[in-house]
Write a protein that binds this ligand. Structure first.
Ligand SMILES: CCCCC/C=C\C/C=C\C/C=C\C=C\C(=O)SCCNC(=O)CCNC(=O)[C@H](O)C(C)(C)COP(=O)(O)OP(=O)(O)OC[C@H]1O[C@@H](n2cnc3c(N)ncnc32)[C@H](O)[C@@H]1OP(=O)(O)O
Ligand SMILES: Cc1cc2nc3c(=O)[nH]c(=O)nc-3n(C[C@H](O)[C@H](O)[C@H](O)COP(=O)(O)OP(=O)(O)OC[C@H]3O[C@@H](n4cnc5c(N)ncnc54)[C@H](O)[C@@H]3O)c2cc1C
Length: 676
C-alpha cells in the first residue's frame, strides 16, 4: 500500500529508517520539485516520463551495466537509444530539450550512447552556424536521424588552443571546393564523441585557407562514411580512441583527411562566407565560430548540478539506512547520517546542487537571449556571456567532482563498489573539467574580462562596467553578517573585488618592470584564476538568493532558506582567509560563520532525505532498480540495500562458475609446484 504524506509516498515494505525520515520532513517534495525544475508542469512531466519509461521493458538495461565489456556496452546503449527513439514521440514533447535530456538519462544512464552528440553537438552548430539553405539540406535529415553526426574540433596535438588547429580546409578556386587535409599525426581529430564507429557525418572545425592566407577555425559539414555500407569514404581514416575513465558506451574517435574534397557550400555560412572568387565575408563577431561552445557551457551548471544530486541521493538515502556506532542511546546503533561529520560531508554538497541548478536555469535563459540577439545581428552580449559561462563551467565542474567524491566516501566501502553507481557518475561528471574547455584555460578567459573591468574602474569609468562586475567599483563598507544574506553578498563582493584588483595590480607591476605582457600574465595566472573563481562563486550565491526570494510557498521557502544559509556560511568560510588578511572580517565574525554553519546542519538534518527525494530521480535513473532484476543497490528508494548488494554480488559473472580458469591454469599449478 502507498500512503501519500505531503507527497512523500510512504510505501508499505520500505525500509522503516527511510520511512521515518520521510515522515519527519517539513515540506512537500512535489512542491520542491516544482521549484527545482521550474514549474508544476515541468516537474509533473518528469514524473510522467519516468513512469512511462518504467512500463516499457525494452527500455530497461538488459544486464547490469558495470558487468558489461566495452563492446557490450556500446551494443546495449545503441539498442536502448534506438528503441527509445521509436517510443520518443509518444513519450515526450519532441521540441523540449529538457524532456529529451531527462528521458535519455533515465534510459541510457551515464555510459553515453552513439547518438548523444548527434543531438547536443552536431545539430546545434548546424542550427547556429548554418544558413537557411544549409538547414534545408541537412537539418531535416539530421533531425529524422537519416544521418548521424558528431562535432570534430579537438586534435591529438591541440584542444585548448583552437587557433592552432592544424587540420586545413584550403579553398580551391579552380574547382570551388574545400580540400580538407591532416598534415601530421598531431593534426588527427581526437576525442569527438560518436565519431569512432557510429557517425557518418561530422561538423569539422578546420583552419580556413584562401590564397595561402589563414582565416582561422571555421565549421564545415563533412560526410565521412558511405550512407549504405557505413565504410569510411576514400581519403578518410577514422576509428575509436579506446576505453576511457567513463562514457564507455560511446565511441569517442579519431579522424584524418587525405586531401578530401567537399563542395564550397559545406562551409557553414550563416555568419561568414567564401565567395566563388575566394573573397572572404567576415562574421559580425571575431569569435562567432565559437558561439556553439558558449551554448554548451551555458547548460553545464544545471547539468552538473543534477549529476551531483544523483550521487547525493544515493549517499543520503544510504546514510539513513546505514547504522553504525553509538551516540547517546547505547541500545541501538545510529544512522550514520546523524554524525555531524557525515552531515558536513553531504549537506553543503546538497546546497551546491540546488545552487547550480538554479544558476543553470539563469544561464540557459541568458544564452537564449543571446541566441535571439545573434539571429537579429546583435552580437554585443557575446563577450559577457562568454566570460560568465567560462567561469561557471569551471567552478561547477570542479565542485561537482568534489561533491560526488564526498558522496562516495560517505558510503564507506560500499561507495567504492560499482554497485553504488557513484564511480560512473563521477567519471562522467569530472570529464566536464576538461571537455568544453579545460578549466584553467576557461578561468583565464574570465580573468581577461575581470582585468579589463578593473582597469575601467581604475580609470574612473565605473559607469562603463556591466551589471555583473559593477561591484568592482563599490566602496568598502564593513558589514554585519547578523543582518542576513545581503551582508554575506557584500562580504563576498569585497573578497572578490580585492582579489581581482590585487591580481590586476600584480600583472601591471610585472609589465612595468619590463616583463612582456604574455609572460607577466603567466606569472600572475594562479592569482588570476583565484579571482575568476571568487567572482563566479559570488555570482552563484546571488542566483541562489534571487531564487529563494522569488518563492511564495512558506514551507518550501523555509527549508530552502536553511539550505541557502548553509551555502552562504560554507562558501564564506571556505574563502574567509581573503577577508581576514586585510581585516575586513574579524575573528569574531569567523566564529559566527562557523556556528551558523553547524546550526544549519542541524536544521537540515530532518529534511535531508526529502531534499534529495525532491529531485525525483527514479530508481532506474540511479541504476538502483532495474526492471526484471532484483539486485540494485545503494540509492534505491525503498532502502533495502543489503539483500540487494548480496544479489548483485551473486550475479557477478565471476560467480557463475565455482572454479575459474585463473585457478586451474595458474594458482593450482603454483600450489602444486610449491608442495614438491
Ligand atoms: C545523464 C548522462 C548524460 C551524459 C552526457 C553528459 C555530458 C556530455 C558528454 C561528453 C562531452 C561531450 C562533448 C564535448 C565536446 C567538446 O569538448 S568540443 C571541444 C571544446 N573545446 C573547447 O572548448 C576549446 C577551448 N578553447 C577555446 O574556446 C579558445 O581556444 C579560447 C577561448 C580558450 C581562446 O581562443 P582564442 O581565439 O585564442 O582567443 P583569445 O584567447 O586570443 O581571446 C581573444 C578574445 O576573444 C574572446 N573570446 C574567446 N572566445 C569567445 C567566445 N566564445 N565568445 C566571445 N568572445 C570570445 C576573448 O574573451 C578575448 O576577448 P578580449 O580580447 O579579452 O576582449
Ligand atoms: C569526455 C570527453 C569528451 C570530449 N568530446 C569532444 C567532442 O565531442 N568533440 C571535440 O572536438 N572534443 C571533445 N573533447 C576534447 C576536449 O574538448 C579537450 O580535451 C579539451 O578542450 C581540453 O583540451 P586539451 O585536451 O588540448 O587539453 P590541454 O590544453 O592539452 O590541457 C593540458 C594542460 O595544459 C594546461 N593548459 C593548456 N593551455 C593552457 C593555457 N593557455 N594556460 C594555462 N594552462 C594551459 C591545461 O590547464 C591542462 O592542465 C572531449 C574530451 C573529453 C574528456
Amino acid at each position: 500500500m502507498t500512503m501519500v504524506f505531503l507527497n512523500k509516498e510512504i510505501r508499505d515494505g520500505d525500509n522503516p529508517d527511510l520511512t521515518e525520515e520521510r515522515k519527519t520532513a517539513t515540506f512537500d517534495t512535489n512542491k520542491m520539485a516544482e521549484v527545482i525544475y521550474g514549474s508544476e508542469k515541468l516537474a509533473r512531466r518528469r514524473r510522467e516520463i519516468s513512469q512511462a519509461v518504467s512500463l516499457i521493458p525494452e527500455l530497461a538495461d538488459s544486464k547490469p551495466l558495470p558487468f558489461l565489456s566495452r563492446n557490450e556496452k556500446i551494443l546495449e546503449s545503441t539498442r536502448k537509444v534506438t528503441a527509445l527513439n521509436e517510443h520518443l514521440p509518444r513519450l515526450i514533447n519532441m521540441n523540449d530539450e529538457d524532456e529529451a535530456w531527462h528521458i535519455h538519462s533515465e534510459v541510457i544512464g551515464f555510459e553515453g550512447n552513439p547518438l548523444a552528440l548527434h543531438h547536443s553537438l552536431f545539430i546545434p552548430p548546424l542550427v547556429i552556424q548554418g544558413s537557411d539553405e544549409q538547414h534545408e539540406k541537412w537539418l531535416g535529415r539530421a533531425k529524422r536521424r537519416e544521418i548521424i553526426g558528431c562535432y570534430a574540433q579537438t586534435e591529438l596535438g591541440h584542444g585548448s588552443n583552437i587557433r592552432k588547429l592544424e587540420t586545413t580546409a584550403t579553398y580551391s578556386l579552380s574547382t570551388q571546393e574545400f580540400i580538407l587535409h591532416t598534415p601530421t599525426i598531431n593534426a588527427l581529430k581526437w576525442w569527438p564523441g560518436a565519431l569512432g564507429k557510429s557517425s557518418n557525418h561530422a561538423v569539422v572545425v578546420a583552419s580556413l585557407i584562401i590564397k595561402e592566407q589563414n582565416y582561422g577555425p571555421h565549421l564545415f559539414m563533412v560526410q565521412i562514411r558511405d550512407e549504405q555500407s557505413h565504410e569510411p569514404l576514400p581519403g578518410i581514416a577514422v576509428g575509436d580512441i579506446g576505453p576511457k575513465m567513463a562514457f564507455n558506451g560511446a565511441d569517442n574517435g579519431f579522424l584524418g583527411f587525405n586531401n578530401f574534397r567537399i563542395p564550397r557550400g559545406n562551409l557553414l555560412n550563416r555568419h561568414c562566407n567564401v565567395e566563388v572568387d575566394g573573397t572572404y565575408v567576415r562574421p559580425p563577431h571575431d569569435k562567432m565560430n565559437y558561439a556553439g561552445m558558449i551554448r554548451v557551457r551555458s547548460r553545464m551548471a544545471a547539468e552538473q548540478g543534477t549529476f551531483m544530486a544523483q550521487a547525493l541521493t544515493i549517499a543520503v538515502r544510504y546514510s539513513a539506512v546505514r547504522r553504525q556506532g553509538f551516540l547517546e542511546n547505547k541500545s541501538q546503533e545510529v544512522k550514520v547520517l546523524d554524525y555531524q561529520t557525515q552531515q558536513h560531508r553531504l549537506f553543503p554538497a546538497i546546497a551546491r546542487s540546488y545552487a547550480f541548478i538554479f544558476c543553470g536555469f539563469e544561464t540557459i535563459q541568458k544564452y537564449e537571449t543571446l541566441q535571439n540577439e545573434m539571429n537579429s545581428g546583435n552580437v554585443s552580449l557575446m563577450a559577457d556571456l562568454h566570460a560568465l559561462t567560462s567561469g561557471i563551467k569551471s567552478v561547477v565542474t570542479y565542485q561537482t567532482g568534489e561533491g560526488i567524491e564526498q558522496a562516495r566516501m560517505a558510503c564507506g566501502g560500499h561507495g567504492y563498489s560499482m554497485a553504488s553507481y557513484i564511480s560512473e557518475i563521477y567519471g562522467c561528471a569530472i570529464g566536464g573539467c576538461t571537455y568544453e574547455g579545460e578549466n584553467m584555460v576557461m578561468l583565464l578567459q574570465l580573468a581577461r574580462y575581470l582585468v579589463k573591468s578593473v582597469e575601467l574602474a581604475m580609470r574612473g569609468k565605473p559607469g562603463d562596467l556591466g551589471p555583473m562586475v559593477a561591484y568592482l567599483a563599490y566602496p568598502d563598507i564593513k558589514v554585519d553578517l547578523v543582518t542576513g544574506p545581503e551582508a554575506y553578498v557584500k562580504m563576498f563582493q569585497h573578497i572578490s573585488k580585492r582579489q581581482s584588483i590585487k591580481a590586476t595590480e600584480k600583472f601591471h607591476r610585472k609589465m612595468e618592470s619590463g616583463v612582456s605582457r604574455d609572460e607577466a600574465w603567466n606569472q600572475c595566472a594562479v592569482e588570476l584564476t583565484r579571482a575568476s573563481r571568487l567572482h563566479t562563486r559570488l555570482y552563484i550565491i546571488e542566483t541562489f538568493i534571487r531564487r529563494v526570494d522569488s518563492i511564495e510557498d512558506l514551507s518550501i521557502k523555509m527549508v530552502l532558506t536553511d539550505l541557502m544559509n548553509l551555502h552562504l556560511n560554507y562558501e564564506l568560510l571556505d574563502v574567509a582567509s581573503y577577508a581576514l588578511e586585510d581585516g575586513f572580517m574579524s575573528s569574531t565574525q569567523m566564529g559566527f560563520i562557523k556556528n551558523q554553519l553547524y546550526s544549519s546542519l542541524e536544521k537540515i538534518r530532518p529534511n535531508a532525505v526529502s531534499l534529495v527525494d525532491s529531485f525525483q530521480f527514479s530508481d532506474l535513473q540511479l541504476r538502483s532498480n532495474l526492471l526484471n532484476f532484483l539486485f540494485q543497490v545503494l540509492g534505491r528508494r525503498d532502502g533495502h540495500v543489503y539483500q540487494n548488494l548480496f544479489e548483485w554480488a551473486k550475479s557477478s559473472p565471476l560467480n557463475q562458475t565455482e572454479v575459474l580458469p585463473s585457478v586451474t591454469q595458474y594458482l593450482k599449478p603454483m600450489m602444486e609446484k610449491a608442495k614438491l
